[in-house]
Design a protein. Structure first.
Length: 131
């Protein structure tokens, strides 16, 4: 017995996009590290750069979460069986939602800790304040 969830054309397009993301998903963290690590190492104020990059990472992962929730609404709203389509969407995107939430939390914790450390850290020896 089959239960139609969405039009075959829409499902094929969604499957193609999902396969591409699944196949290339490991590239994104490598590109992120390749951009972020040299940026922090070469920054004059490393702690500030790390705090800003952590905050930006949290915002980016938060936008991914918003996109997943908006995608669910669009996908479920485009079918006659919205409840079933939403359940399918939830199953397919569960890992993405969970991992994005983890990234948001970890990045915010890092940003807060680095900000607190930088705020309480004394100026480096040998540097003068040139106001």
């Amino acid at each position: 017995m089959s239960i139609p969830v969405a039009e075959a054309v829409d499902l094929e397009r969604a499957r193609s996009g999902y396969e591409l993301i699944d196949r290339l998903g490991w590239v994104v963290p490598l590109v992120w590290a390749g951009v972020v690590l040299p940026g922090v190492v070469l920054a004059r104020r490393r702690l500030r750069a790390l705090a800003l990059l952590s905050f930006a990472t949290a915002v980016g992962a938060g936008l991914v979460l918003l996109g997943v929730f908006a995608g669910r609404a669009v996908f479920a709203g485009s079918t006659e069986r919205a409840e079933l389509a939403g359940a399918v969407w939830d199953v397919v995107t569960e890992g993405l939602r969970r991992e994005s939430l983890i990234v948001v939390v970890v990045a915010l914790v890092v940003a807060i800790l680095v900000t607190l450390v930088a705020w309480g850290a004394p100026p480096l020896a040998g540097r003068r304040n040139r106001a």
